[in-house]
Design a protein. Structure first.
Length: 431
């Protein structure tokens, strides 16, 4: 059997050793012939790939590793293409975080005004990649980690024929956490999951067929938070009202004023901290004696990143019929959303890809209402990102639950567009 060609676009990311570690842990299941590691930053690519090659050699994997800045060479004939790009690098993220704060709005890289601007920079580049895949590797699977992941999937899946699955490490961490709620000696475990990327909840937990979550919510439970989100305690009234365990990103919706205050008071933005962590990691990666991913990488916030990505590839390649939570077109999974809406949902994953599993009898009006509002934002944001449509951009920010106010929306949009002019030729035709 021929080995796999795995393409990684944005391989200069300091996350890449985490990804390679996933392939190492599943080397018995995935026969990789070659990795094509592509990045436009040659210096970072060589540093990161140096560690990756030492890791592969140390683990006994004998495969070819190609370094390139050619998108065509990377994509052509690939079996799986993993995208993890950051248009504008961390400097652009830092602007996304700081500018909205001037207007009393949240600065964050995946939601609100900051997430919107990241999408505006990223959608055109991801669409170019998707068109290359259609031409050079039409049978390949595109596994996307690039944020905002759900919004990118909304653009690609509804405007190309690429076989794409959007991915986030959030759900796999949530599912791991809720296992702590199970009684001892539980033999069978299941859960209900509903949402969009970074706007999702676990709404039921079943231990041997018995639903146990709602009783625990009524009594109050401790919840984990993501490393890159300041933790806030959830009181019983909030959990009883929403009737679900939220992903940590819901802090930005539940406690919006407090989150803005915390961002304003912080000595450094998350992007600035990430820049420091990245510099520390790159220095470590240059050590020729380092042959495994360093513990410092966990500070970057990508817990279980490789598990999410490589287990998904394993499930497709080996026709495993496993359940994964990923971003795909709804296609009836959630009755209250349109079929072509990209949602984050439980899917049956096998050689056919990811097939959404229908969520039955769901009537949580709080969750339904918030999902519909954010999906309206996403659809407008995709139109803005595809066509440089200023009207759609302004409407997107006005409908977003974290923004809404017209004067704030217009002011932050105008400033952020100008600050990102070099990455937004579709908004500034003719320069």
């Amino acid at each position: 059997m021929n080995g796999l060609k795995i393409a990684v676009i944005g391989a200069g990311s300091t996350y890449t050793p985490e990804l390679i570690n996933g392939f190492i842990s599943r080397k018995e299941n995935l026969n990789v012939d070659s990795f094509f590691l592509m990045d436009i930053n040659r210096e970072k690519l060589e540093t990161v790939s140096g560690l990756c090659m030492r890791m592969l050699e140390h683990s006994g994997i004998r495969c070819k590793v190609h370094l390139t800045d050619s998108i065509d060479e990377t994509i052509e004939g690939a079996d799986y293409i993993i995208t993890q790009i950051r248009v504008g690098m961390l400097d652009a993220r830092i602007k996304d975080e700081k500018i909205p704060l001037k207007y009393g709005l949240l600065g964050q890289e995946t939601t609100g005004a900051g997430g919107f601007m990241k999408a505006m920079r990223t959608i055109p580049v991801m669409m170019d990649i998707a068109r290359k895949i259609e031409q050079l590797a039409p049978d390949a699977w595109l596994i996307n980690f690039t944020n905002p992941s759900g919004l990118i999937a909304e653009a690609v899946l509804n405007n190309t024929g690429v076989k794409m699955i959007g991915l986030c490490n959030g759900p796999i961490n949530m599912i791991r956490d809720i296992r702590k709620l199970l009684p001892e000696n539980t033999e069978h475990f299941d859960y209900d999951f509903v949402g969009l990327n970074h706007l999702c909840w676990i709404t039921a937990v079943y231990a041997d067929g018995k639903e146990i979550l709602q009783d625990k919510l009524a009594k109050g439970i401790e919840l984990s938070t993501l490393k890159n989100i300041p933790g806030i305690k959830y009181d019983e009234a909030l959990l009883k009202a929403t009737k679900a365990i939220p992903i940590g990103y819901l802090n930005y919706y539940y406690f919006r004023d407090e989150q803005v205050r915390l961002c304003k008071e912080a000595e450094k933005t998350r992007g600035e901290l990430c820049k420091e962590i990245e510099a520390e990691l790159l220095k470590l990666y240059k050590d020729p004696n380092l042959k495994e991913k360093p513990a410092v990488l966990d500070k970057r916030g990508g817990a279980l990143y490789s598990e999410a990505a490589v287990s998904l590839i394993d499930a497709i390649e080996n026709d495993r019929n496993e359940i994964h939570v990923v971003d795909v077109k709804n296609n009836g999974a959630y009755s209250f959303m349109d079929d072509d809406d990209v949602v984050e949902t439980k899917c049956l994953v096998n050689k056919k890809g990811a097939t959404p599993i229908k969520l039955g009898n769901f009537d949580n009006q709080y969750i339904i209402g918030l999902m519909r509002a954010v999906k309206a934002y996403e659809k407008l944001a995709v139109r803005a990102g595809l066509y440089g449509d200023y009207d759609a951009a302004l409407a997107a920010l006005m409908v977003h639950p974290l923004i809404g106010d017209y004067k704030k929306a217009k002011a932050v949009l105008d400033e952020m567009l100008e600050e990102n002019r070099e990455y937004l030729p579709h908004f500034f035709p003719g320069g």
